[in-house]
Ligand binder design. Structure first.
Ligand SMILES: C[S@@+](CC[C@H](N)C(=O)[O-])C[C@H]1O[C@@H](n2cnc3c(N)ncnc32)[C@H](O)[C@@H]1O
Length: 273
């Protein structure tokens, strides 16, 4: 297949470093499978031809193919589209394409074909290489083909994905996004240290951890909560993390306290500003 034939419009965005790693995004996929499996499994109406889009999959297609394996456990026919703005990276991925697994050259203006729509976008380690001013226009373009009720998980991880933070944006009927949650994830290999999460914040927050901003208060109080819960440290980082999140809720933040999240290392802050 010739990449030029797939190019219907100029990709919006800029080429950036393509670093990736095997299983780097495993916990992102597992999070989605736990948060809203029906988004991946449903096949009714417009969802039948509705894609999972992996935007900016990197120098090779490994993370897209790994997600295909995970997500097709709940929907064997799930159509998947890997999008790259770098032509050589698309060419490298094409040998792995099949009837339901596509790789196309594109940007924030997703390269969809007639009749296709999007149920879920995963954009990881993409926007952090952009300027903050690019964030809102990118979200606006990406919203264009997402079905109402669809989701985007957009965030940043460390090189091996052991820790990450991501926006969870929900597509509304009126065509815009609602920022549903800011999610923090750790597999505890690095222990538990609140300040580590600050370094991998998504682009819309990373420059806003300053006095007067809500995300600054969030981190101040999370740090305080971790200090207040330090007695739990003796039982390990997982227990300490859970205890700290509960204290954080006590400080007035809308965070989910179900053990299915906390015990697995996910802190979900609902309706952040
Ligand atoms: C650091 S890699 C991330 C790879 C993978 N998502 C991961 O997290 O391991 C970022 C990739 O995003 C691609 N990229 C940057 N802007 C893009 C855009 N607007 N549309 C599509 N891909 C883009 C770059 O070419 C690069 O390969």
């Amino acid at each position: 297949m010739n990449v030029r034939h797939l190019r219907t419009k100029k990709p919006v965005g800029q080429p950036t470093r393509g670093k990736t790693a095997s299983n780097r995004l495993r916990r992102v996929d597992n999070f989605i499978l736990l948060y809203e499996p029906a988004l991946l499994s449903r096949t009714d109406g417009r969802f039948q031809r509705s894609l999972f889009v992996d935007l900016g999959y990197g120098f090779d297609a490994r993370t897209t193919l790994e997600s295909a394996g995970r997500f097709r456990r709940v929907n064997p026919d799930l159509p998947i589209l890997g999008v790259e703005i770098d032509k050589e990276r698309v060419e490298a991925a094409l040998p792995f394409a099949d009837e339901i697994t596509h790789f196309r050259l594109g940007g924030f203006n997703l390269p969809l074909q007639a009749g296709e729509s999007v149920r879920l976008i995963r954009a990881f380690n993409v926007l952090h290489q952009y300027e903050e001013g690019d964030f809102a226009p990118a979200y606006e373009r990406l919203a264009e083909h997402v079905l109402p009720g669809g989701l985007m998980i957009e965030g940043t991880s460390n090189p091996f994905g052991s820790i990450w933070a991501a926006n969870l944006a929900r597509k509304l009927e009126n065509g815009s996004w609602r920022m549903e949650a800011l999610v923090f994830s750790t597999n505890f290999r690095m222990g538990f240290d609140v300040k580590e999460f600050q370094t991998i914040l998504p682009k819309n927050y990373i420059h806003h951890v300053v006095k007067g901003e809500q995300v600054y208060d969030f981190f101040e109080l999370w740090r305080r909560a971790a200090a207040e819960a330090v007695h739990a440290r003796i039982f390990g980082p997982r227990q300490w993390f859970s205890a700290a999140c509960k204290k954080l809720a006590g400080h007035g933040f809308d965070v989910l306290l179900a053990s299915k999240w906390l015990s697995k290392g996910y802190l979900i802050w609902n309706n952040p500003q």
